[in-house]
Write a protein that binds this ligand. Structure first.
Ligand code: ZN
Length: 274
């Protein structure tokens, strides 16, 4: 492998879940990775303040804190709890130096998707002052429609664009994840629209394995499945995005292998297929 350009490579801590935050920081840094997106679980053992110190002295760019959201609920009291929890996550994001909090928006199967979407929009709008006070942006991540039952009522980039444009705040934008939107008709145009409106905050990469054995925990490395990652990255960059390419892979298969070898594979796949 000839001197790969890793200047835009970010890895989500969940991708190398068996590693502690400390190990992830050490291994990513040694491998030349420049960015890290930090999952809530990764900072549990030491708390946000200590995690923030570790991250700021590491030299890695903290790209996102993952993940908030889950706004819809049948009961107002539960929706209020979700707001409070998201405020806490925004505080933690600020403490670890993350400029954005990724939102898995949520869905409530006991009500219509339209009602869930209205609750999501309202929840995000309620959080804006707290996001601004912390200097942390909110990234709506549209999820593949197979998750429309309980994980997200925002299932296309088109629908995420509609919501971000309706909210119309510099603190609210979108995380585009190839796993969730690769199939979407008109994706190129929606990515362009997202960029033109200033809403393209983040770009997540992995692949869709054929066949996929588990619809949560069997994501593939770039190049291993059917997602045209390079092409989508080209669209994202043409839309004006110059941020990190975030490798986010949940995979029992990869978590089960030696994480040093897996990291080498991630870097090779990033170099060759994205
Ligand atoms: Zn993602």
């Amino acid at each position: 492998m000839s001197n790969p350009d890793l200047s835009k490579l970010c890895i989500h801590t969940i991708t190398t879940k068996p590693w502690s935050l400390e190990e992830a920081i050490d291994k990513y840094t040694q491998a030349g990775v420049k960015g890290i997106s930090v999952w809530e679980d990764a900072i549990k053992p030491m708390g946000p303040a200590k995690a923030g110190e570790m991250l700021s002295s590491s030299g890695l760019s903290v790209v996102s804190y993952v993940r908030g959201g889950f706004f819809p609920n049948l009961h107002q009291s539960e929706r209020n709890k979700a707001i409070d929890h998201n405020k806490k996550l925004l505080d933690e994001a600020a403490a670890i130096g993350a400029p954005a909090l990724v939102l898995v928006c949520g869905a409530e199967p006991g009500q219509s998707l339209e009602t869930s979407r209205a609750q999501i929009q309202s929840g995000i709008e309620t959080l804006i002052p707290h996001a601004e006070a912390n200097g942390v942006k909110l990234s709506i991540e549209p999820l593949h429609p197979m998750y429309a039952d309980t994980r997200s009522a925002v299932n296309t980039l088109q629908s995420a664009n509609d919501m971000a444009e309706a909210i119309h705040s510099p603190w609210v934008g979108i995380a585009v994840d190839v796993y969730h939107v690769w199939w979407e008709p008109g994706l190129e145009a929606e990515i362009k629209r997202c960029g033109e409106n200033g809403n393209l905050f983040a770009f997540h990469i992995c692949d869709w394995k054929v066949p996929t054995n588990d619809f949560l925990l069997d994501r593939g490395l770039m190049g291993e499945g059917c997602i045209p990652v390079k092409q989508i990255r080209g669209w994202v960059e043409s839309a004006g995005f110059d941020g990190f390419n975030e490798v986010e892979i949940f995979s029992n298969h990869y978590w089960g292998m030696d994480q040093n070898s897996f990291l080498t594979q991630i870097i090779e796949a990033y170099h060759t297929h994205s």
